[in-house]
Design a protein. Sequence first.
Length: 110
Amino acid sequence: METVLMVMTNVPDTASADKIARAVVEARLAACVNCLPGVKSVYRWEGAVEEAVEITLMMKTTASRYAELQEFIQLHHPYQVPEIIALPVAAGSEPYLTWVIEETKRDIHV
């Protein structure tokens, strides 16, 4: 079975979250995206400690689609250096993991 990944990124607002979430699912780069609002982030940026309230996007995809998903996020993300982290799914419901794999297959045009 192909490796399923959980890919995470944070965005500053609902508009960015909705735009990225819908686009990656429509493009079959992710089977599902959870948008978790109200995440408080504390980070160092350009020498200063910053705080922001963000929306975390948790995208379920496969290892074979990861490079395209990362490229898409980088092109459409409002941040100069977006967080893009991929974690392998070590275990999960087989029907769900199969669904993720099926939903992220490239469309074949004959």
